[in-house]
Ligand binder design. Structure first.
Ligand code: ADP
Ligand code: MG
Length: 472
């Protein structure tokens, strides 16, 4: 029977792919073959897997096993191995949709080490010991985090919770755009707490990975252990929780873990790319819990902060970075700090390879093709200033509600140029210029587009402003 089963798995692998076999069939076993009644009995680790196989793969199983066993009208009986201890973790069939293996929630590089034979769940090697396998990256420290107006609240809160786990803000919720330092802060908290409380059980985990572990635990009927592991933690750092979106069952489990930890005054830190209320597909009760403690945002950094970050990075890597170069890179790279670091790396690599010191000319040469378009407030500000200058109006006028012809015209040019020279959304542009809505912005841009086609003097004027913007 085992040979037939193995043969079947081989065929299935070819037909459905190895991921399906790994996910749903590795934990299944051939239990019995009743030749008289033509019934094959398969044993599955739990109801969840059984339901899934029943719904998705029964046809395939019948076709191939019939052929391999040389019988027609084969019947399949699915039975579950269920221990008492694990009963409470039976997952209802409704979870099936969400955990569809075709959805890319299982990150490949984090393939689990699963040893079913021993009946153990070894989801991820980093979960074995609490000290070295807490998921914390030692390179992200508070020391290497540059504080500026854009991140001072998040930084202060992060630092504060290290002094009294679970007592200051719980949970601490950090949100902000990509590459702005959320992950860095989460690890910094982990590192700091590690130094202060040697015995604390700390766990940094990405939401993706959390989900992955959870799903693995269902497959091998270890939900109970999964919850136990997480509920033992003193400091849980869960990164990028926007990925919980629409994962009902994972949210459900996290909800219970959250409650258990919170009740025990264990510290929870969460990060996301948006404010809790804005996270789509997240249960209301989770959203509200995320606001129980402190919600702190991280904004795009201003020029000074960017320069400070560059200098710090350069210093830590013993790179000699002249002021004008730092200034140039910082004003050139606008979207995020990750891109800023990337630019520094490229400049440094180029200098090393060509055996030249880092100079402004060299940096300009290297970054000339940076696809970076201006996305942040600095560029919006530059446009507004240039327009104000060329039209002889003030920034306040442009942002005001004044409808005077000259001011309104300048404002429309500003919208037009902001759209052209940044990736900012119409809403963001409208917000920036006195809180106008996006329809006003669209209307203005259309209008200027039309005028520009015919009006030579307007074209000249806009060109002049653009020159100012691009050289500012
Ligand atoms: P996020 O998680 O918000 O996408 P990361 O924490 O991964 O961003 O940050 C991206 C990179 O920028 C990391 O290398 C991080 O060390 C660096 N970084 C972000 N913010 C700062 C800061 N304030 N000071 C120093 N480095 C920073
Ligand atoms: Mg991150």
């Amino acid at each position: 029977m085992q040979l037939i089963w193995d043969e079947f798995l081989k065929i299935l692998k070819q037909e459905a792919g190895s991921q399906i076999v790994e996910t749903w069939f590795k934990a299944a076993s051939f239990q019995q073959w009743n030749a008289e009644e033509k019934i094959v009995t398969l044993q599955l680790p739990n109801q969840f897997v059984s339901n899934w196989i029943n719904e998705h793969y029964l046809g395939l199983i019948k076709t191939h096993l019939s052929r391999l066993l040389h019988v027609d009208s084969l019947k399949i009986s699915l039975i579950c191995k269920q221990t008492n201890a694990d009963k409470r973790d039976i997952i209802p069939a409704s979870v099936i949709q969400e955990n569809n293996p075709h959805t890319a929630i299982v990150p490949k590089k984090e393939a689990p080490v699963v040893s079913q034979e021993k009946g153990e769940l070894q989801v991820h090697s980093s979960f074995k010991g609490k000290r070295s396998n807490d998921g914390i990256n030692p390179t992200y420290q508070f020391d290497s985090f540059v504080v500026g107006p854009c991140n001072s609240l998040a930084h202060a809160a992060a630092y504060a919770i290290c002094q009294g786990l679970g007592t200051v803000y719980n949970p601490l919720f950090i949100y902000g755009g990509t590459g702005l330092g959320k992950t860095h802060l989460l690890h910094a908290i982990g590192n700091e707490v590690k130094k202060r409380k040697q015995k604390a059980i700390i766990r940094y985990v990405t939401t993706d990975h959390f989900m992955y572990e959870f799903i693995s635990s269902i497959r091998f009927d270890k939900c109970h252990q999964f919850r136990e592991k997480y509920e033992k933690i003193d400091l849980l750092l869960l990164d990028d929780i926007q990925f919980f979106s629409n994962k009902e069952q994972t949210q459900e489990t996290f909800f219970h873990i959250f409650n258990a930890l919170h009740q025990k005054r264990k510290q929870i830190v969460l990060s996301s790319d948006t404010f809790p209320k804005e996270i789509k597909g997240l249960q209301g009760r989770l959203k509200s819990r995320m606001e129980w403690g402190l919600v702190a945002d991280i904004q795009t950094p201003d020029l000074e902060t960017k320069i400070a970050i560059l200098k710090k990075k350069a210093e830590s890597q013993s790179i000699t970075l002249p002021d004008d170069v730092a200034d140039f890179i910082a004003s050139r790279i606008l979207s995020n700090i990750r891109a800023l670091e990337g630019a520094l790396v490229r400049v440094e690599a180029f200098a090393t390879l060509t055996n030249h010191p880092i100079t402004l000319e060299l940096a300009q040469q290297v970054l000339v093709h940076t696809p970076e378009k201006k996305t942040d407030g600095t560029m919006l500000e530059n446009v507004l200033k240039a327009v104000a200058k060329h039209y002889g109006v003030s920034l306040q006028d442009l942002r005001s509600k004044k409808r005077q012809k000259s001011i309104a015209a300048a404002r429309q040019i500003a919208f037009y140029l902001m759209k052209k020279h940044t990736f900012s959304s119409l809403q963001a542009i409208g917000n920036f210029v006195g809180g106008r809505d996006h329809s006003t912005v669209i209307h203005a841009i259309d209008k200027i587009d039309t005028y520009m086609k015919e009006d030579k003097s307007l074209q000249q004027k806009v060109k002049g402003i653009e020159q100012d913007i691009l050289t500012s």
